[in-house]
Structure formats: C-alpha cells, structure tokens
Ligand binder design. Structure first.
Ligand SMILES: NC(=O)c1ccc[n+]([C@@H]2O[C@H](COP(=O)([O-])OP(=O)(O)OC[C@H]3O[C@@H](n4cnc5c(N)ncnc54)[C@H](O)[C@@H]3O)[C@@H](O)[C@H]2O)c1
Length: 340
C-alpha cells in the first residue's frame, strides 16, 4: 500500500485551519495539526495535534519534521477592530511565524508550501470608493496596504517567492477575501463583519437595536468557508506559483449584510450606526478572472445561502452561553454592554 501524503496544517485550532483538517483527512491525507491553542468550537479530526508556539524556531522544526506538504495558516489576526489597533504585536508575531515556518519546512525537505495571504495586501488607493471594481492580482503594486497586517502578508508573499526562486520550494499563495461560516470567531473583538452582525442580531431583544460600525455604506465581498476550502485544495494541486484571489465577486454594503442578519433573526431591529468605530477601506471586492482561468474555481455559495448556514450556528452559541449564565445574569451583562 502506498504511503499517505503527510501534511501539516498550522493554525489548525483556528477557523479555516480546523475546517481544513477535516477536509484533507476526508481526502485521504495524513494530517498533523499545530496551533498555540486547541480549537474552541470544533474537534478537528487530525491524525496528530501538537500544541506549539510557532513564533519559536525549534517548534517550527518540530512541526515540520517528517512532513511532505505544509498549509501555513497560523497568524495573530482578527477583524477590523483588532488589526487596526494592534500593530506591533501583529507584525512581530506573524513575521516570526512565517519566516521560521518556511525555513523549517525547507530544512526538513518539505516539497510544497501553501501560504494564507489576504486581500489586505491590496493598495489603499484602489479601495477608496464604496462603488469599486474588484481587485486583480496584478494590482498589488505599487504597494500601499491599509494596515500593518497587510504589509506583513505582502512581505511573507515575497518570502515565499524567494524560497521558490532560490531553494526550489514549491510555494502556493492564496489571497483570502473575508472568509466566513460556522465555527468561526464570533465574539471577543477578533470576529469579522458577518459573524459580528449575526451575533449582535442573535443577542438583541426583539424591538431593540443592531449596532453597525461606520455608516453602513462601506462595501465588501464575503466568501463562504466550503468554497474557500475547495479553492485551497485546487490551488495546492495546481502549478500556479503566483498569488491568487480566493474570494467572492458578490459585493454588498455592510447595511445589506446587516439586513440579512436581521432577517435571519426574525426580529424587528433598528440599526444604530457607530461612525467612530474602525471601518477599514471604503470598498473592496475580488476580481476572479484569473482564478477562474487557472483553477476553474469560483464560489458556489451566495452570501444569503452562506448567512443562512452561519446565523443558526452563532445564534445557538449565544443561546448556549445565555443558558449557562442564567437569564438574569445574562440580562444584566447585556445591559452593561457585554456580549452574551
Ligand atoms: N478569515 C479570513 O477572512 C481571512 C482573510 C484573509 C486572510 N486570512 C488568513 O488565513 C489564515 C487563517 O485565518 P482564520 O480566519 O482561520 O484565523 P483564526 O484566527 O481563526 O486562526 C489562526 C490560528 O493561528 C493560531 N496562532 C496564532 N498565533 C500562533 C502562534 N504563535 N503559534 C501557533 N499558532 C498560532 C491561532 O491560535 C489561531 O487558531 C490566517 O493566516 C489569516 O491571516 C483569513
């Protein structure tokens, strides 16, 4: 019997990583997961899971030992509220994780290396209008990312390219655009817009308010997790070494996204806008011309369909938490502004 390909998924305790563990196991790979924490919501079925701080060189060597392919997803990251306020820590941690991981992979003879980059690498000057056109892969330069998280991602893309040129390491780079779905962070300040709006709608009293950051007219596109997983797999198996968008072209305003969360909650909620909260760039969407051509990939899940799968999971988590606290304590905490 032929030996199974042995893959390492870093960030396997996180949202995309824990889904990816299950996907690759189902496809017949031997999977090692590594993360600094265990998954909060899922029990990913890795063959082996190692609790490792991947900022540390010796831990990256341990993680990549005996591995054929690496999916490098570990990162200190969060939604817009997090990445617009925590700069030094994000740069410090992610540079250490990514430079140590790829060098450890090289030293341990890894053959293929996937790197999770982001739409945050695209220049600010291309994202100043809400009514914008999708971002093409070729538009990354002249570089001017909106935040330090994006600069680090761009730097790590360049590290991947250099390791291919000088060491022959087969690198694959995906630029994820707002991936969402069940089992993602939905509270605590690191959640992204779809999860945050679902949580706020699930927590609100019927007849109450739904807080929206900004004026609601900023635009984004969102890609459902199952589509993202399919994109990762196709990219890793392809010959394409340049970065590729893994995102959706279905651009909506944050108000439209909030409408979906409200409709799914079945409640009568009035939006209350918070213009002083971080909003990020004014408009962002993906142009999928290249990824369609190279991988034959485009998202199959509309935003409404994806939200229909995401809202019930978040609403269930909110209910579970409320039941554990007891209704009186939950009501008191909510009046004090906590997320319950
Ligand atoms: N979710 C998105 O919309 C999106 C968009 C663009 C890029 N990305 C990238 O995709 C990857 C996965 O994102 P996600 O949404 O699953 O995020 P996530 O925060 O759920 O997962 C990241 C994981 O990395 C782990 N990690 C952080 N520091 C670590 C360390 N020092 N050692 C080991 N593990 C560490 C975290 O514990 C977490 O489990 C990240 O690299 C992220 O930057 C995600």
């Amino acid at each position: 019997m032929s030996r199974k390909t042995r893959v390492l998924i870093t960030g396997a305790g996180g949202f995309i990583g824990s889904h990816l563990v299950n996907t690759l196991r189902r496809k017949g790979y031997w999977v090692r997961g590594a993360d600094i924490v265990h998954s909060k919501f899922m029990d990913p079925a890795a063959d082996e899971f190692r609790l490792l701080d991947l900022r540390r060189w010796e831990n990256c060597l341990e993680a990549t030992d005996g591995i054929d392919e690496v999916y490098s997803l570990a990162a200190n990251m969060g939604g817009i509220g997090f990445i617009e306020t925590v700069h030094a820590e994000v740069l410090h941690d992610n540079v250490l994780i990514n430079t140590h991981m790829i060098e450890a992979a090289r030293q341990n003879g890894v053959q293929r290396y996937f790197y999770a980059s982001s739409a945050c690498i695209y220049p600010t000057y291309r994202q100043e209008e809400a009514d914008c056109v999708g971002l093409k892969e070729t538009e990354a330069y002249p570089a001017d990312p909106d935040n330090e998280y994006g600069w680090e991602k761009l730097y790590s893309e360049r590290v991947c390219a250099a390791y291919w040129r000088e060491h022959g390491l087969e690198t694959r780079i995906a630029r994820f655009h707002n991936i969402y779905g069940p089992f993602g962070t939905y509270e605590g300040g690191r959640e992204k817009a779809p999860a945050a709006l679902c949580r706020k709608a699930a927590e609100a009293f019927d007849g109450g308010e739904l807080e929206v950051w900004g004026d609601g007219q900023q635009t984004r596109s969102f890609c459902y997790i199952d589509d993202c997983l399919e994109g990762i797999h196709r990219l890793m198996r392809s010959d394409h070494r340049e970065p590729l968008n893994i995102g959706s072209e279905e651009m909506v305003t944050i108000d439209q996204l909030a409408d979906m969360a409200i409709a799914l909650s079945g409640k009568n909620l009035t939006r209350s806008y918070r213009p002083a909260k971080p909003q990020g760039v004014r408009g962002r969407s993906s142009d999928n011309t290249l990824v369609r051509k190279v991988l034959g990939w485009s998202p199959q899940t509309s935003l409404w369909e994806g939200m229909q799968k995401t809202y019930p999971w978040i609403s269930f988590q909110v209910r579970l938490k409320r039941e554990r606290m007891g209704p009186r304590a939950a009501g008191k905490a909510m009046r004090a502004g906590a997320s319950v």
